[in-house]
Design a protein around this ligand. Structure first.
Ligand code: HEC
Ligand code: HEC
Ligand code: HEC
Ligand code: HEC
Length: 444
């Protein structure tokens, strides 16, 4: 969500210079992770925020992603009914084969009709689907696409599929379902730097973890017998002007003619210009979206304060998170050292963003997130704020009772750190360098 206010600024700038554009999402916009049951209320609030932001940014349509179903069909239908953003899926059906959402949308852009079809991926865990979205079936996406394309091809100058079925199935889709011009590929973390042309279909991807936005300019005026990039045309023109100089000789003329012929065949093709726009800090935050995020986080904080943890969650006596202070009673020097490290202040770092109750953030900024006796978001233990001893060494109560009998981890290993120091949060994390900084070895 960090990228949302920047994305809003970027899209507003684009819309100002290029009003004839469509803003689309290929699904999993709610979340790209499986959701724990207790976080559903928060995710519901977040979806309200995201859909509101998408509406403000001027999104036309979004495919229902496989992961979006975690939110539940009812909730998705409610959101869908309350927003101008059109949620699409041609293959999410009830048990009689009737689609729950519009299978497609036809939009007028730049004087042509663009047909937009949504496809939902198949969840890897079918039990979760049954539990979260009873009544939802994921029909074969290729078959659904074939049927829908047939229905709308005639009336559309361009047919776009917002696909959440994953890259390898997108390749199948392109090769086995004729009549699709563009596939916006989602559903996997695959990031395409450049579009791939397969037959008459162009496959591209949208944004990547909100850090970059895929932009595709398309010039539709010919019969559309395939694709050529603006870059290739420029290269061809350069070759032609170079060949012109040598056109005095017979071979030179033959080469020049061949190039001209190739150049005139371009008229049959559709010209595209791809771009992957990195949302770096040169795009300032859109103040309205920043305000929406702040309201959302305030709402989370106030609901968190009013609700209770499940019975038995905090009163398990035997094995319990104790908090760092308790460790400090015996490991005084380590405790004092830890207090000088950023880990001890990790929760405080969320305050300027008012993210102290945002489930997208707190997991890595507290100790024992969603674990028994750990930091439970609905009844948060203040003494477990920040990344404390037990986040690395393990749950401490037994050790405190009898250190000789119950050992904790001597040397927390790299994967433990990398639960939080993920590639996307900290791309230059180096375990061997960094571990000496977190819990000084020299002191005991
Ligand atoms: C529960 C999540 C979590 C775990 C586990 C964790 N960290 Fe961190 N770490 C953080 C957070 C969050 C920050 C940022 C704190 C801040 O700046 O407010 C951080 C900051 C740091 C920093 C200082 C900032 C930087 O990147 O230079 C170092 C060094 C570091 N961690 C190393 C480690 C090592 C080594 C391990 C494993 C032994 C580890 N961390 C385990 C969450 C974690
Ligand atoms: C997957 C774990 C993880 C999640 C989720 C996470 N963080 Fe962090 N955060 C880290 C780690 C690790 C660091 C330290 C990395 C570094 O400094 O390079 C960090 C550092 C920070 C810092 C201090 C350093 C800085 O960049 O100024 C802030 C502020 C912060 N995170 C806020 C957030 C917010 C807000 C969210 C939710 C949108 C969030 N974090 C979600 C792991 C996480
Ligand atoms: C971010 C992870 C992290 C946190 C937080 C952390 N430690 Fe450590 N701790 C380590 C690592 C890694 C080592 C091993 C350091 C090394 O040898 O380079 C270690 C070593 C130790 C050791 C020595 C183990 C031995 O074999 O002798 C003790 C004791 C210890 N930590 C206690 C604590 C206490 C008490 C706290 C809280 C005040 C704490 N640690 C917080 C990661 C952490
Ligand atoms: C009552 C005093 C006491 C408290 C409280 C205490 N420890 Fe220890 N800790 C010890 C002693 C004594 C040892 C050495 C045990 C040994 O050598 O067998 C030790 C050893 C360790 C070690 C090295 C590995 C091991 O278990 O031998 C780690 C890591 C550690 N403690 C972490 C912690 C953490 C984290 C906490 C807080 C949850 C904590 N300790 C609380 C007394 C304590």
């Amino acid at each position: 969500m960090g990228g949302l206010p920047r994305r809003a600024t970027y899209i507003a700038q684009e819309k100002a210079t290029e009003p004839e554009s469509l803003i689309l999402d290929s699904g999993n916009f709610v979340t790209d992770r499986p959701l724990a049951e207790p976080s559903l209320d928060a995710v519901n609030a977040k979806t309200r925020l995201l859909v509101g932001a998408m509406e403000r940014m001027g999104y036309s349509a979004a495919a229902i992603g496989e992961k979006d179903l975690n939110l539940g069909l009812d909730r998705l239908l409610t959101f869908s009914g309350a927003t101008r953003v059109r949620f699409l899926s041609a293959n999410l059906t009830d048990d009689k084969g009737k689609t729950w959402f519009d299978p497609y949308l036809v939009a007028r852009v730049g004087g042509i009709s663009v047909g937009i079809i949504g496809l939902t991926g198949t969840p890897s865990d079918s039990r979760l689907l049954e539990q979260r979205a009873p009544g939802a079936r994921i029909a074969d996406p290729l078959q659904a696409a074939r049927k829908t394309v047939k229905e709308i091809r005639e009336k559309c100058g361009l047919v776009v599929v917002l696909s959440n079925i994953g890259y390898s199935r997108d390749l199948e889709l392109a090769s086995s379902v004729p009549g699709i011009d563009i596939i916006v590929s989602g559903g996997t973390k695959r990031f395409m730097r450049r579009p791939l042309i397969q037959g008459r279909t162009l496959i591209t991807s949208g944004y990547y973890e909100g850090r970059a936005v895929g932009r595709l300019a398309v010039q539709v005026d010919g019969p559309g017998k395939g694709w050529i990039s603006k870059e290739e045309i420029q290269f061809m023109d350069k070759q032609i002007s170079e060949a012109e100089a040598g056109a005095g000789t017979p071979e030179g003329k033959a080469k020049h003619d061949a190039l001209l012929e190739k150049r005139s065949a371009v008229r049959e093709l559709t010209v595209y210009e791809p771009d992957m726009v990195n949302l770096d800090p040169s795009y300032p935050d859109d103040p309205q979206v920043v305000g929406m995020i702040s309201d959302y986080r305030k709402e989370l904080k106030s609901t968190a304060a009013g609700s209770a943890a499940p019975a038995g969650f905090q009163d398990a006596q035997q094995v319990r998170y104790t908090g760092a202070e308790a460790c400090g009673r015996c490991h005084e020097a380590r405790y004092r050292f830890w207090q000088t490290t950023p880990h001890s202040e990790a929760f405080g770092a969320l305050a300027p963003k008012e993210a102290e109750a945002d489930p997208d953030c707190i997991g890595c900024h507290v100790t024992g997130y969603m674990r028994r006796t750990g930091y439970w978001p609905k009844a948060p233990r203040e003494d477990l704020r920040g990344v404390q001893c037990e986040a690395c060494h393990g749950v401490g109560s037994l050790h405190i009772q009898d250190p000789q009998l119950y050992s904790l981890l001597h040397l927390p290993a790299a994967p433990q750190c990398m639960d939080c120091h993920t590639e996307s949060q900290d791309d230059d994390f180096d375990y061997f360098r960094d571990r000496s900084l977190v819990c000084s070895e020299a002191i005991h």
